[in-house]
Design a protein around this ligand. Structure first.
Ligand SMILES: Nc1ncnc2c1ncn2[C@@H]1O[C@H](COP(=O)(O)OP(=O)(O)OP(=O)(O)O)[C@@H](O)[C@H]1O
Length: 968
């Protein structure tokens, strides 16, 4: 970095000095050597005179830097600090320089002083001199190469001023021509008071005059021209040097700060302006301008220095900030790293938590399955395109398994009401999402479970959408029915190496409490109405309905289309596509294990219920009203069933509607049941929505008992068939008919097949059986052959089959005892008539069937009072229904068989243990009605001869009817 003095040295030059230089060069070329040496001598003398005076003024000690006759260099160095000059000036004219910057004591010479101090003193001195109108010089004259002669002039002028002042003269000081001109030949003799201003020009004039004095007159113009050219060249040269220096010095500054750049630019601009103006201006003006700018440059330099200092400070701050930033960055990076790790941990934990939640849900569902809870899913329909979705939705919030409804004050206490279900689907749930949640349930059909999925909700809430899909079906919008069957095909195909499946479909409709076959192609009337037979052996509860085998989704689509066409659809005020009937797609699956030969059968009801809205709201009359009433009746029957199931009452009124009859196996049996409740989002249907959700919550609390697989191995299956055949044979015997050979071959054939599997160790038991009554034995043999009783491994089966032995038994097996507790429980739940029967059994002496029968008959009025009267009445009225829905459960068959075969024994016991028959109460007209039911359960002892199969009670015609239906 250049010091201030260097800058000053470099920057300060004057036109005068240039002209002098040029003239001297010329003179040196033209004048003789004697003239120069004379001039040098004169200068030296004048210098000595100036130094002498200064030494006198400041004293020898202060003027120690000045030898008495100093060289030009010594002279310059001695004055360079400006201290001597200022002190002298203050002596001559006290207070001219207010503050003289002294050199530090430990500094030997002025070289150690800072450039600032030098300049400060010199500047102050020059300012004062100018004020005193004394001849001045330039600060650069103090430097090497400067014009010391002008310093000498200034000092001598001051000397003469001092002398003038000492003389006590008044008025403005005027220098004497001799003071300067006598001693300085280069100066004009007529230099006046304005010397300081015009000194330079006078000095130039003097030079010029002396220069041209010895020139010939005709040479003068050429000489002047060449001098001027030289001057201009010199000026230009120096200016360019000056500019170069300025540029080079301002470069680092430029890099540092843009404000410096501005300053330097302005300086360059100034310099250029100077350059240009100097071209045009006379040398004096140029000189003056340079003098003026001299200080300005200094100021600028000072500013630059300050700015540089600031820049340095800023740089330092910047560096420290950068370091701080780097530190922060590192810290942040570290933090980010930790945060990332933490987030990873959290994400992992979240995944784990989600897994646990999912696991919990599965376990919860498993528990539900084990308890046999009816699963309840809820789905909220989105606002439909025509509807204004800006209208407030009735749904406040939907969570995984909770739906919160906004309840306004008109429905009681205003607020929010949450309802909990196994799963809640919001309006944006897709058909695929909905199905994927129920897929495991659907798949369990192939494992031999009975499954029932029914869609419930008011009209237009989206039941058909969920079960079938919208009007225009696309792959994405296919409903549960299609997806379920497609999935069953897929899975059955995957299992084809181990199990062979047969899948067939029925499609039914319950319209105005009548069951219709939707797949009928031979005219609807032919199969209308159809009968429902609960607890059927093969799971087909409506055997008369078309059962169509299907093996691909195309088959299913064709069937569904046919079903949809046949379905009774009529428009209402609420929904133009409102179905006024319940529709049920039933999928029957039979699977045969290819290794063990075990057969399983599962069935799945996919039910789309009719809308649950109130009749008054539908604004319907006439036929439509009748339809709506039937729908409401069947739905309230469904409600009653659910209610009694949830209260675990012994009587479940399945028979109150065709719908509950159809779903009996799914609601009260061993099925897996899912109710899919649908609600609309509109606030104006809130009343219906709340009652729907309340009903659904109640359904969710119903426990049906664990679902069971309908898996029979071949042995059990054969036994069941045997039981059925035996039972039929007994009935025929009881009616005095011969056993029809047509029923037997199947049995014989099967049993002969079994014979080959029997072991010889079982055979010896046959003679024991041969000891039984010859009357009965051949009949049995006729029925099934002696081998039928040879299976010692199935003692219970033999026990139930060996009628003869059973008849001999001294301790009769009472129906109730012949069943295990589980089966009994199931019986209680599986049908109304069983409930009644159970109640009767509990009220009778178990050892007295006659009494039991009689008392049962006599107590019938009280048993059938109220509602039960109605039920019995309805059953007797609809006899065929009763027969169809009451029979065929396995346990039921066993139980009944036991009852029948044990009755004679019981009758014997009755004679010994209860000689006095209980008095039969007189019957009312109602009793005769109820009686028609009772004999179907218990044979009438009075009509039964003892100890023979044929002596079993004569059953009423109705009972015979039912047995026929069983045999078919
Ligand atoms: N989740 C849904 N997404 C889109 N549209 C739906 C949805 N659910 C229902 N809809 C539309 O709402 C209208 C009524 O639905 P849908 O016919 O399925 O109701 P519903 O309950 O079966 O009526 P009904 O009791 O009269 O048979 C239809 O236009 C249907 O396409």
């Amino acid at each position: 970095m250049a010091t201030t003095s260097e800058i000053n040295n470099d920057l300060s030059f004057s036109v005068v000095s240039i002209v002098e230089d040029v003239l001297q060069q010329h003179s040196s070329r033209s004048s003789d050597v004697g003239f120069v040496s004379r001039k040098v001598d004169e200068s030296s003398l004048r210098r000595y005179e100036a130094v002498g005076w200064l030494r006198d003024m400041v004293g020898v000690s202060n003027g120690k830097d000045f030898p008495a006759e100093p060289s030009e260099e010594d002279f310059r160095l001695g004055l360079r600090s400006g201290i001597v000059l200022c002190n002298v000036l203050n002596k001559v004219n006290p207070g001219s320089v207010s503050k003289v910057v002294e050199a530090p004591d430990d500094v030997v010479d002025g070289a150690a002083l800072s450039a600032f101090q030098y300049f400060e003193n010199i500047r102050n001195f020059l300012v004062a001199i100018e004020e005193m109108a004394l001849p001045s010089f330039e600060a650069s004259d103090m430097e090497k190469g400067g014009k010391s002669i002008r310093i000498v002039n200034c000092i001598l002028a001051l000397k003469s001023y001092s002398a003038w002042k000492l003389k006590g003269e008044n008025g403005p000081w005027r220098t004497h021509s001799t003071d300067i001109s006598s001693t300085d030949p280069t100066l004009s003799s007529d230099v006046g008071q304005e010397h300081s201003e015009k000194g330079d020009s006078r000095s130039i004039n003097g030079l010029v005059r002396s220069f041209i004095a010895d020139k010939k007159h005709e040479d003068i113009p050429n000489v002047v021209e060449s001098v001027l050219n030289k001057v201009m060249e010199e000026v230009q040269q120096r200016l360019s040097i000056h500019n170069e220096m300025m540029k080079s010095r301002s470069k680092p500054i430029l890099e540092d700060d843009s404000s410096c750049e501005t300053v330097v630019r302005s300086q360059q601009c100034d310099a250029r302006q100077h350059e240009e103006s100097e071209k045009d201006s006379p040398p004096q003006v140029v000189e003056k301008r340079f003098q003026r700018t001299h200080f300005e440059h200094y100021e600028e330099q000072e500013i630059l220095l300050n700015q540089q200092k600031h820049i340095q400070e800023l740089k330092q701050t910047l560096n420290s900030t950068k370091a701080g930033m780097q530190l922060l960055q590192m810290k942040y990076q570290e933090d980010f790293f930790h945060l990332g790790k933490h987030l990873n941990g959290l994400a992992y934990a979240a995944t784990g938590y989600k897994r646990v939640l999912e696991e919990n849900r599965k376990l919860y569902n498993l528990v539900q399955d084990l308890k046999g809870n009816i699963r309840v899913y809820c789905r909220v329909r989105p606002f439909l395109p025509g509807q204004s979705s800006c209208g407030l939705s009735a749904v406040e919030h939907i969570d995984e398994g909770t739906i919160t409804i906004r309840v306004p004050s008109k429905y009681g206490k205003a607020g929010q009401k949450p309802f909990m279900f196994n799963k809640v689907f919001g309006p944006s749930a897709t058909q695929e999402e909905v199905f994927s949640d129920m897929q495991p349930l659907v798949r369990s059909v192939l494992d031999g479970y009975n499954v029932c999925i029914f869609a419930y909700g008011q009209t237009g809430s989206g039941k058909t959408f969920t079960m079938t899909g919208p009007k225009e079906l696309t792959e994405e919008s296919l409903g549960v029915n299609y997806r379920a069957l497609a999935d069953l095909f897929l899975l059955s195909n995957q299992r084809k190496d181990t199990t062979s499946y047969e899948i067939s479909v029925q499609m039914l409709e319950i319209y105005n409490e009548q069951v219709r076959d939707l797949l009928a192609t031979d005219g609807q009337t032919k199969r209308y109405p159809l009968e429902i037979r609960n607890n059927s052996h093969n799971g087909i509860n409506v055997p008369e309905a078309s059962l169509e085998p299907v093996s691909s989704t195309d088959d299913v689509i064709q069937l569904m289309e046919l079903g949809q066409m046949n379905r009774a659809v009529s428009s209402t005020a609420m929904n133009d596509r409102s179905s006024r009937s319940h529709s049920c797609v039933t999928v029957h699956v039979q699977g045969r294990d290819l290794t063990s030969g075990a057969i399983l059968h599962g069935s799945m009801h996919l039910v789309d219920l009719a809308g649950s809205e109130r009749v008054d709201k539908s604004e319907v009359t006439g036929d439509r009203l009748k339809e709506a009433q039937h729908i409401n009746k069947s739905l309230s029957a469904l409600g009653d069933v659910i209610s009694s199931l949830s209260q675990k009452t012994s009587h479940v009124p399945y028979r109150n509607s065709k719908l509950t009859q159809l779903l009996q196996d799914s609601l009260g049996g061993s099925a897996k049941t899912l109710m899919f409740v649908h609600i609309s989002p509109e606030a104006d249907t809130l009343g219906e929505t709340i009652s729907t959700l309340k009903f659904a919550e109640r359904v969710g609390r119903v426990e049906l008992g664990a679902a069971r697989v309908n898996k029979d191995n071949s042995e059990v299956k054969e036994l069941k068939e045997q039981i059925a055949n035996l039972k039929m044979a007994l009935v025929r015997k009881g009616n005095g008919n011969d056993v029809q050979p047509t029923a037997i071959p199947i049995n014989r054939e099967r049993i002969s097949r079994r014979r080959s599997l029997e072991t010889p160790t079982i055979r010896p038991k046959l003679p024991t059986m041969g000891n039984t009554s010859s009357n009965s034995r051949p009949q049995i043999m006729d029925l099934s052959g002696p081998e039928a009783f040879s299976d010692s491994t199935a003692s219970s089966r033999r026990h139930s089959l060996d009628i003869h032995e059973l008849m001999k038994s001294s301790s009769p097996a009472w129906p109730r005892q012949s069943l295990n507790a589980k089966d009994e429980d199931r019986e209680f739940k599986s049908g109304e008539w069983i409930d009644k029967h159970e109640e009767l059994i509990q009220n009778q002496n178990p050892n007295s069937p006659e009494q039991f029968y009689q008392s049962m008959v006599t107590q019938q009025p009280s048993l059938n009072g109220g509602k039960q009267d109605f039920e019995v009445q309805s059953i007797t009225d609809n006899e065929s229904d009763e027969a169809a829905t009451s029979d065929c459960s396995d346990t039921d068959l066993l139980w009944r068989l036991s009852v029948q075969v044990n009755v004679p024994k019981v009758s014997n016991i009755q004679n010994s243990t209860n000689p006095k028959p209980k008095k039969i109460q007189p019957r009312t007209a109602k009793h005769s009605e109820t009686r028609s039911l009772i004999p179907s359960l218990i044979p009438a002892p009075s009509k039964r001869p003892p100890n023979t199969v044929n002596s079993q009670p004569q059953r009423p015609t109705r009972d015979g009817k039912r047995r026929l239906s069983l045999g078919t």
